[in-house]
Ligand binder design. Structure first.
Ligand code: GAP
Length: 434
């Protein structure tokens, strides 16, 4: 797709996100802070829905995965053991003329600056971890890091969770939480930011079963995107070549999505082998082996990781759902992801319609996130909800008061059906359960 058109779609999405309250620039009144974003009333609902869909699939629907919520700040030795202090770096080059910085591994031509054509410095490795100090003294001994992945909080709790939940191999531990990376080139809205949320699951297996479970999780994770309503043809797998593999991975596949700015990773599935637990065993001097009491075998389990960014997933669902039609802009979000499930509109602000509308809205609240609106033309109210991705609009007109019924308008087809108010809940329950 042409660069101009690409920017156009992303620009429109950024503007819609602000206008409708999905995503705002952080600290906007101060001119904003680069690559940090705030979620507004609709964005936070959507984010919560995505996390719930993930947690449901990974924890509630299974009996072999438990959850944790580890702290963001961890013992500094964790990051030495994990290899992040030494190896979590990107190659950075500076332009000597315009002073812009770039990741040299992402440049097509490393001989000159892509912005001004100026001379570039030699690449140097830049560690992506944010450093801060614990306690009142700013000295080397007090350095701690904001975690760059949630995974390590799971590894250090492997035996805590296993013992507390009385788990046997194979089993997994899931976690949703913030991660921080001092990215050199953040960008494409929330695609690459310096603060983001991850949804990670670490599956502990016998070393002889790593391939089997890797294949299993590739398939499971790809299936999950159907629940988000993402178009199948926009998803693909990309296998990491030897030069792409992270320091901990023996094998890795990305699930990619075709964004307006190209095919990009949205999730990583990694065979981390026994690398992490081995290293933590070495650095902590604690025995992290698992004992199989049937086979009387003691070993360090292998780990198959599925790692997805919540913010990136939200962006993916927005991009995938966005459509410009002749007379409207619409987000075709699946009901499970849509921030508002139904909007209630009295046609006019008189003749008992607002009272009936409030009653219907109050009745549905608690079960669904409902929006009530009685201002302006009904056409404009529909358009606003189309942009917010609201699957159904319920309208009360003069007949409603006589017959105790309403019209329900479907966002995607724009068809309207008349439903008795006593049938409304079951009608919505059926439609919204998909
Ligand atoms: N624990 C393994 C790990 O963190 P990763 O491939 O570096 O693997 C996994 O990251 C996922 O986290 C990515 O697929 C992406 O969805 C999300 N992610 C990573 N860096 C990000 C960033 N700077 N901004 C937003 N999301 C990011």
């Amino acid at each position: 797709m042409a660069g101009k058109e690409t920017n156009n779609i992303m620009d429109k999405l950024v503007s819609l996100s602000k206008r409708r309250g999905f995503i705002f620039q952080s600290s906007e009144i101060y001119g904003g802070i680069n690559s940090c974003y705030d979620y507004g009333p609709l964005g936070i609902e959507m984010k919560k829905n995505i996390k719930e869909l993930w947690w449901k699939a990974m924890v509630y629907e299974r009996d072999d995965i438990e959850g944790v919520d580890a702290s963001i700040l961890m013992h500094p030795r964790v990051w030495e053991a994990s290899g992040h202090v030494e190896g979590f770096t990107d190659p950075l080059v500076d332009c000597k003329k315009c002073k812009n910085r770039f990741r040299s591994d992402l440049l097509e031509d490393t001989s000159k600056c892509p912005r001004c054509g100026g001379e570039l410095t030699e690449p140097r490795n830049f560690n992506l971890m944010f450093k801060t100090f614990m306690g009142p003294v700013e000295e080397d001994a007090a350095v701690v890091y904001l975690r760059p992945e949630t995974a390590q909080g799971i590894y250090v709790n492997f035996h805590n969770v296993r013992e507390a939940a009385r788990k046997k191999l194979p089993f997994g531990i899931a976690q949703i939480g913030k991660a921080f990376r001092n990215e050199i080139t953040p960008g494409n809205f929330t695609f690459r930011t310096r603060e983001f949320e991850q949804m990670e699951m670490q599956f502990f297996v016998h070393p002889s079963e790593d391939e089997k479970w890797f294949d299993y999780w590739m398939e499971e994770r790809l299936k999950w995107y159907q629940r988000l309503g993402i178009r199948k043809e926009k998803l693909s797998f990309h296998e990491h070549g030897p030069d792409e593999l992270a320091h901990y991975a023996k094998k890795a596949f990305d699930i990619q999505y075709e964004f307006p700015f190209g095919w990009q990773e949205i999730e990583g599935i990694h065979n981390r082998t026994d690398f992490d637990l081995n290293r933590h065993q070495e650095y902590s001097k604690k025995d992290l082996r698992y004992f199989d009491d049937v086979k009387k075998e003691r070993f360090i389990p292998y780990i198959i990781e599925t790692s997805i960014g919540c913010d990136r997933t939200l962006l993916t669902t927005l991009v995938d759902a966005y459509e410009e039609e002749a007379e409207r802009v619409v987000l075709h979000l699946v009901p499970a992801v849509a921030p508002i499930k139904a909007a209630v509109f009295p046609l006019v602000k008189r003749d008992g319609m607002p009272e009936m509308g409030h009653k219907i809205a109050d009745d549905l609240r608690g079960t669904y996130r409902i929006f009530y609106d009685e201002a302006g033309s009904v056409g404009r109210r529909y358009r606003r909800q189309d942009e917010a991705g609201t699957p159904f609009c319920i309208t009360i007109d003069s007949d409603s008061l006589q017959h105790n019924d309403v019209t329900v308008r479907d966002r995607d087809t724009m068809n309207q059906v008349r439903i008795g108010t006593d049938q409304l809940k079951s009608y919505l329950a059926e439609k919204l359960s998909v």
